[in-house]
Design a protein around this ligand. Structure first.
Ligand code: SF4
Length: 64
């Protein structure tokens, strides 16, 4: 399953909106709600690389 990577997952957002610097090969995983770090007041989504993967990979959102 070499195609089942973050870059083709329904939960991958192709830009790092929460990072000060844009990462060309990374994006956000939105499969779960954001997590609030101790130092900041707002939540953040995990940053993943396009070639990362996990067991929640999906081609459609669960609600669809
Ligand atoms: S970490 Fe898993 S759920 Fe999140 S974008 Fe990557 S494959 Fe999808």
């Amino acid at each position: 399953m070499s195609h089942a990577v973050c870059n083709s997952c329904a939960y991958y957002e192709d830009h790092a909106v929460q990072a000060a610097a844009q990462l060309s090969d990374a994006g956000l995983c939105r499969v779960n709600p954001p997590v609030a770090p101790k130092e900041e007041g707002r939540g953040v989504w995990p940053t993943v690389q396009k070639t990362d993967w996990c067991g929640k990979y999906a081609t459609l959102f669960a609600a669809e």
